[in-house]
Write a protein that binds this ligand. Structure first.
Ligand code: TXA
Ligand code: MG
Length: 330
């Protein structure tokens, strides 16, 4: 027997409504992927450009296979290793696929099996893929808690399934799996090139793992600004570049704060906000969007983001990727 919360939200989904769903990466704004009117509502609520397709969520690999027309033979190994988990696969669908509302008529769909018990339960109950972009108005930081979704959308959504704080905090890695001999990473995430190569080394044939070059040619969302609060943010390489003398905030890692001896000054309304330590990148990722959104609460007119080297690990490179898009320049 499913929980009352899941029963209520599955009913809303089946009635064509939009609901907030928890996943281990970020929260999603979900509707039945096969219901065009419901999917259109997501675009309206998010103010999302209409050429930007939505990821479809499934409760199992078997369910995914019912909707795609072809998979490369190495996919099973990737799925067995990483799914359910923070990874998505771009695969072909047929011209009369039921998922066309979510792909905006395109013949490829991004598929994900999220690693969150409540959302997996919801997916099983509705027994239809759920299309869900990250739960944020376009351009703003993605929601990583039910409260963030409520604060963003209030009663524009039929409800939010509260699944606690998203464990990863950054959106899934997106893999282009449309070729038999190679995998292309279209969006970096917690699972990176290193982990994918290590997994595919166990495969019987050699599969190349490439990182995206001009990824917005495949992933339309990569060409839009992201993750920015309303307060203007300027990137700086060092605090010497700060031109204002009061009423600003600096965002940096713990190490950045220490290196430049950054200090808050209440009288001048100068604030320092740390992302956390370079030594605890999982924690930094988990709180990244919450910290970016918090910038608007200081009532300042300018924020500065210290550019730093977040290291070579997959999670560090993903943090770097997300921060590179803050403030609209990417
Ligand atoms: O972790 C995640 O992936 C979260 C959770 C909710 O699952 N979802 C998410 O969705 O990040 P969204 O819409 O914020 O980002 C999805 C990206 C967009 O850049 C979009 O352009 C791309 O994936 N995308 C989705 N479907 C696509 C398709 N059929 N072809 C190419 N790109 C696609
Ligand atoms: Mg998004």
């Amino acid at each position: 027997m499913e929980s009352l919360e899941v029963t209520k939200l599955s009913k809303a989904l089946l009635e064509g409504k939009v609901v907030g769903i928890p996943t281990e990466t970020v929260y999603g704004l979900g509707a039945l992927a096969t219901n065009e009117t419901a999917v259109d509502k997501i675009y309206r609520i998010k103010n999302r450009p209409s050429d930007n397709p939505l990821i479809c969520h499934f409760y199992s690999y078997e369910q995914m296979l019912k909707y795609v027309t072809w998979v490369p033979s190495y996919l099973l190994l990737l799925v067995k290793t990483f799914s359910p988990g923070p990874i998505s696969y771009l695969l072909p669908i047929s011209p009369n696929s039921a998922l066309l509302p979510a792909t905006r008529g395109g013949l490829y769909v991004v598929c994900r099996i999220p690693d969150h018990e409540k959302t997996l339960e919801l997916l099983r109950v509705v027994n239809t893929p759920i299309a869900a972009p990250s739960a944020n108005p376009s351009g703003l930081p993605s929601a990583t808690s039910a409260k963030m979704v409520f604060d963003y959308f209030g009663d524009q959504v039929a409800g939010v399934l509260d699944g606690g704080r998203s464990e990863v905090g950054l959106e899934s890695t997106i893999l282009d799996c449309r070729n038999q001999d190679r995998v292309i990473i279209l969006r970096p995430g917690k699972i990176g090139k290193r982990e994918i190569e290590e997994c595919l080394n166990h495969y019987e044939e050699k599969i190349r793992v490439e990182e995206y070059q001009v990824s917005h040619e495949v992933v339309p969302g990569n060409k839009y600004p992201h993750y920015s609060p309303t307060t203007p943010i300027v990137k700086i390489q060092s605090p010497q570049q700060i031109t204002t003398t009061s009423n600003y905030l600096i965002l940096a890692s713990d190490e950045g704060v220490k290196k430049y001896n950054l200090k808050a000054d209440a009288q001048k309304s100068i604030y320092i906000q740390s992302f956390g330590s370079l030594l605890s990148l999982d924690h930094v990722a988990q709180h990244l969007y919450e910290n970016l959104l918090r910038v608007d609460q200081y009532g300042i007119s300018q924020a500065y983001l210290l550019e730093e080297d977040w290291g070579e690990s997959s999670i560090g490179k993903s943090i770097q990727n997300r921060l590179s898009k803050v403030g609209g320049s990417f």
